[in-house]
Design a protein around this ligand. Structure first.
Ligand code: ATP
Ligand code: MG
Length: 400
């Protein structure tokens, strides 16, 4: 019914690292040539943890935009913008907050987790509790169907789906909906109408998801429907409501949780990260000093790759032959740890080479980045305003 669309964002809280690249950016680059994509700098989200020292946000915003462009995000294919320049996100966040049960937010697994991990910060704030709801607004406002993020974000996307469902349930009521929907069914033509009714029954009475998918595909193909009838028929499949907001799906990469130098999830706040545009010398030094299997003290001690953080990097960066060379050499003490690390160092440096090259023109001329973002903010804002018109009307605020 609504067109496929991709939305994702990142917080400008410091230099991006390889985790951001392997967990999310790689998919951004891939998806931009397949679907309309919107990527935003989540500066309000940065404030949820950095409200007491926001000085890092502005510089990180521009650095991060260069990191994205360096990774291959292409402004001629993607819409790139800054969250706070599209204030409609805040309006939707507020409106969604009215009907969001507190328990949904308190139950988000990252909530208690982060409060414990970032114990030096006071995160017992309203903003921090609400940030997954702000994320929901960020995504739902574009009626995004796909959200490419790292695996720590999966519970958040799950909650967005619940928020969208609840919104449609509460506000998708329409006077005479049943009659209007049945009129629309007739417009499908007798053969399709029959199929539609059968599939709808199969889904509603037997919970068959594939019946739902098949019916949706059929509606996608039905050329002669008006937008509003199409919307009704999509809603009628699942219940008796119009679909105003769309439930997004998560899109993961193969390395959706990249480990850091110490084997824990790579994160700038854990000091275990390699920056996206880190220089060669520093990459080399960081990997060479990475801890390995603690049992391998001397060169002659055999090791166990499963206990070594370097092995996790090999799994991301190395081909089958190298993996075998590592596994054999480690277990038999046939190779030393520094030898084992060299292919990882080489692979990271090779991966970063085109990033350094692509970044250069934007470092030389920062006005290029400003122009890209100005364009992107305009495009995003128009789309956001379209959804907000429907949302306001559905919530009884459509008057002028
Ligand atoms: P950091 O953890 O370094 O502080 P962050 O969590 O503040 O970064 P976000 O803006 O929350 O950064 O994350 C941006 C995107 O990068 C999200 O989709 C997140 O899932 C992904 N991501 C972050 N770290 C990793 C990682 N180590 N592996 C895979 N994906 C990651
Ligand atoms: Mg995060």
């Amino acid at each position: 019914m609504y067109p496929d669309r991709v939305v994702s964002g990142m917080r400008p809280t410091g230099a991006l690292h390889l985790g951001h690249y392997h967990g999310a950016l790689k998919n951004w680059v891939k998806m931009q040539s397949e679907l309309p994509c919107l990527f935003f700098v989540a500066d309000w989200h940065a404030l949820t943890t950095h409200y007491d020292d926001p000085s890092v946000i502005e510089k990180s915003t521009w650095d991060m935009l260069i990191d994205w462009l360096a990774s291959g995000v292409d402004p001629s294919q993607s819409t790139i913008f800054i969250q706070s320049k599209v204030p409609e996100h805040a309006e939707l966040h507020l409106l969604l907050s009215m009907a969001t049960p507190l328990g949904w937010l308190e139950r988000v697994p990252t909530y208690k987790d982060q409060i414990e991990k970032l114990a030096t910060k006071d995160l017992a704030t309203y903003g921090f509790l609400g940030y997954p709801l702000l994320q929901a607004a960020d995504v739902l406002i574009y009626r995004a169907t796909q959200v490419p993020v790292g695996d720590d974000q999966v519970p958040h996307i799950e909650m967005m789906r619940e928020i969208a469902r609840r919104f449609n349930h509460l506000y998708g009521k329409e006077k005479g909906f049943e009659e209007k929907a049945q009129e629309a069914v007739k417009k499908l033509g007798s053969k399709r109408a029959k199929l539609y009714n059968e599939l709808r029954t199969e889904f509603q009475q037997e919970g068959k998801d594939d019946a739902l998918e098949q019916a949706k595909a059929m509606l996608d193909d039905a050329q002669n429907l008006s937008m509003i009838d199409r919307e009704r028929l999509f809603g009628y499949l699942e219940g008796s409501r119009k679909l105003i907001l769309v439930e997004p799906q998560v899109k993961l990469t193969t390395a959706s949780r990249l480990p850091g130098l110490d084997g824990a999830k790579m994160s700038k706040s854990y000091g275990n990260a390699i920056a996206l545009r880190e220089d060669k010398e520093s990459v080399t030094k960081k990997v060479r000093t990475m801890p390995t299997d603690p049992a391998r003290v001397r060169r002659t001690d055999a090791g166990d790759p499963e206990k070594c953080p370097v092995w996790k990097f090999h799994q991301v960066y190395s081909d089958a032959a190298t993996l075998e060379w590592v596994a054999k050499g480690c277990k038999s003490a046939g190779i030393g740890c520094l030898e084992c690390k060299q292919p990882v160092i080489d692979a990271i440096i090779l991966e970063q080479q085109p990033m350094h090259e692509r970044a250069q023109q934007y470092l030389d001329d920062p006005t290029l980045v400003r122009a890209i973002v100005a364009d992107g903010c305009d495009t995003a804002r128009k789309l956001a305003q379209e959804t907000m018109r429907d949302v306001r009307e559905a919530m009884g605020l459509g008057y002028n």
